[in-house]
Design a protein around this ligand. Structure first.
Ligand code: AHR
Length: 341
């Protein structure tokens, strides 16, 4: 496993330069090697030809997603040697499956996608493998018994993000009994599953910290606001000490609900979120959010490196972890002027 720090720092494993022209028996999804890296098969384009890439994006649900899309579209350009077919699945798995099938029909060189949910991908990934088209996962994982169905997965460690959020709550606020309400991401998605798991494990040993309500806000600002309005009704504002939101956008929607209820976000209810997009960082600098764990969305350049290696038949790391920072108010004020997203 390779761990990378910040944007544009990945190097795809030791590039041994072994060009593997033979595909694995199951097709071009890549061959596992002894050290866990993957060697990709598939017909490389001739010299000077563009590498055709089909990319199925989750949707446009958040500021994070907008920055991620921009990074991919700005990098996989003709000028850089790529022909990109991009589709937005509007947070629906069936749309992503349809898009992947259309990329298979187009016989693109590489398919990349960020899976909206973790399960239910085996059939379409087997179709890609049968067509000898390598698949790269970006941002989110799939849950599959056959990891040979994709050649590489680049993205953050979501469990660790949740752990860092939970550790901050436990250490800074959990010195006395506190009630936490949780806004989960999209049900069944890797970041929702993993951030919840990480947060719960970090607070497990602190009997002062209790999650009293937890519901999905689907990673959107609008649903974050609606669900927070519900929490304020069902729990009573006086019984909510902390909000843990799985992303900035839901936290920002919740801030609207908290202010509409006549409360002061960041004071009456402390708020911890994940992403560190510009709007979230501004709210942190303004004292409306108290702590943010970063999830870096600038995956385009590293994805381009992986794809280039894959079509050259070079080895790529099976798992590339993006390292994320964390911010309190002071750090946000310092970082904001140079923030890229
Ligand atoms: O998969 C990454 C998550 O998806 C981001 O944290 C969230 O904002 C986005 O919708």
């Amino acid at each position: 496993m390779t761990r990378i720090t910040g944007p544009r720092t990945i190097r795809t494993s030791a590039l041994v330069g072994a060009v593997l022209l033979a595909l694995s028996a199951c097709g071009g999804g890549g061959e596992a090697t002894d050290d866990g890296s993957a060697a990709a098969g598939g017909g490389a384009p001739a010299d000077g030809e563009l590498i055709s890439v089909g990319f199925s994006q989750v949707g446009a649900e958040s500021g994070w997603r907008a920055a991620n899309t921009q990074s991919i579209q700005d990098t996989l350009t003709e000028e850089n040697g790529f022909e990109l077919s991009f589709s937005d699945a509007q947070q629906r798995q069936e749309n992503q499956i349809q898009a992947i099938r259309s990329y298979i029909a187009q016989d693109v060189d590489v398919i990349a996608f960020s899976p909206v949910v973790e399960t239910g991908w085996d059939a379409v990934l087997e179709e890609a493998a049968a067509a000898e088209i390598p698949v790269v996962l970006t941002d989110r994982a799939v849950d599959t018994p056959n990891e040979d169905l994709y050649v590489s997965f680049i993205g953050s460690d979501f469990v660790e993000e949740g752990e860092r959020a939970g550790a901050w709550v436990s250490e800074n606020l959990g010195t006395e009994p506190i009630n936490v309400v949780e806004l989960q991401g999209t049900t069944g998605s890797a970041p929702a599953n993993d951030r919840k798991e990480g947060f719960e494990s970090a607070i497990a040993d602190n009997p002062n910290v209790t999650i009293t309500a937890s519901q999905t806000g689907n990673f959107t600002r609008a649903e974050g606001r609606t669900v927070m309005e519900g929490f304020l009704q069902s729990e009573g504002a006086e019984n909510i000490d902390v909000l843990f939101a799985h992303n900035d956008d839901m936290g920002l929607g919740a801030i609207e609900a908290i202010e509409a209820a006549g409360l002061v976000p960041g004071e009456d209810i402390q708020i911890v979120t994940i992403d560190a997009v510009r709007d979230g960082m501004q709210a942190l600098a303004d004292g409306k959010i108290n702590f943010i764990v970063e999830c870096n969305p600038l995956l385009g350049p590293d994805l381009a490196d992986i794809i280039t290696s894959v079509v050259a038949g070079e080895e790529v790391e099976k798992r590339i972890v993006v390292e994320d920072q964390e911010f309190d108010q002071e750090a946000a004020v310092e970082a904001l002027p140079d923030r890229q997203y």
